[in-house]
Design a protein around this ligand. Structure first.
Ligand SMILES: CC(C)(COP(=O)(O)OP(=O)(O)OC[C@H]1O[C@@H](n2cnc3c(N)ncnc32)[C@H](O)[C@@H]1OP(=O)(O)O)[C@@H](O)C(=O)NCCC(=O)NCCS
Length: 184
């Protein structure tokens, strides 16, 4: 399980998601529908409602208790302006997870995704005891590739037809960051 509230800037903090975030998450997804659509799986109408987000957060919290994923929100002036997550957490000799993130269109270009990704990698190492974090980006997602490069991720290949995004199976560039050399 993850914990802790950390200031990323003087007016933006990052903390684990809680059920009470559902309404603000629904608002954030409605505000950012067009901004995120090219990079996200297809969303149902329910996804943009408080009830839909509450269901999603409950599933995320249950996965968190089982050590299968971890979800954070970025908060500014009481509104959610971003999200970061580690999904597909695997232990054993792998000790790895997949990193994902988005930032509200009004707040991009402020270094927030990079600061969030750094925070998540620290938690992956220190709180979750992982060895490695990986991330995949669409071939043309240069902003996300830049975030990963700034956080010390290295590209290790291209996966054809890797994820079903925006209506089709899309090739992705794959990146990884080795966090430590502790034995598994
Ligand atoms: C990708 C995303 C998370 C970046 O968030 P952000 O808070 O703006 O990221 P940062 O400010 O930390 O860093 C962005 C970097 O990309 C650069 N960048 C932004 N747009 C770019 C573009 N079109 N081409 C090249 N570089 C670009 C910025 O200049 C910055 O680099 P710099 O610090 O060297 O100047 C945000 O744009 C987003 O939410 N996009 C939609 C969802 C998404 O793509 N999620 C990731 C899926 S893999």
């Amino acid at each position: 399980m993850i914990s802790g509230v950390v200031a990323l800037t003087k007016d933006v903090l990052i903390r684990p998601v809680v059920l009470d975030d559902a309404e603000a998450l629904a608002r954030a997804h409605r505000r950012n529908r067009a901004h995120l659509a090219p990079w996200d799986p297809a969303r149902t109408a329910a996804f943009f409602t408080t009830e839909g987000q509450a269901e999603r957060v409950m599933a995320q919290l249950a996965e968190g208790r089982e050590g299968r994923s971890a979800h954070w929100v970025l908060v500014s002036a009481g509104e959610i302006i971003g999200h970061a997550a580690l999904s597909n957490i695997v232990l054993g000799p792998v000790r790895s997870a997949n990193l994902g993130y988005w930032i509200d269109a009004e707040h991009v270009g402020r270094g927030l995704a990079s600061a969030a990704a750094r925070h998540v990698c620290e938690a992956a190492d220190g709180q979750l005891g992982l060895h490695r974090v990986e991330a995949g980006t669409l071939l043309h997602n240069t902003a996300s590739q830049r975030v990963l490069a700034k956080c010390g991720f290295e590209e290790y290949g291209i996966a054809p037809g890797y994820l079903f995004i925006n209506g089709a199976w899309r090739d992705h560039r794959l990146f990884q960051k080795i966090l430590n050399d502790r034995p598994a």
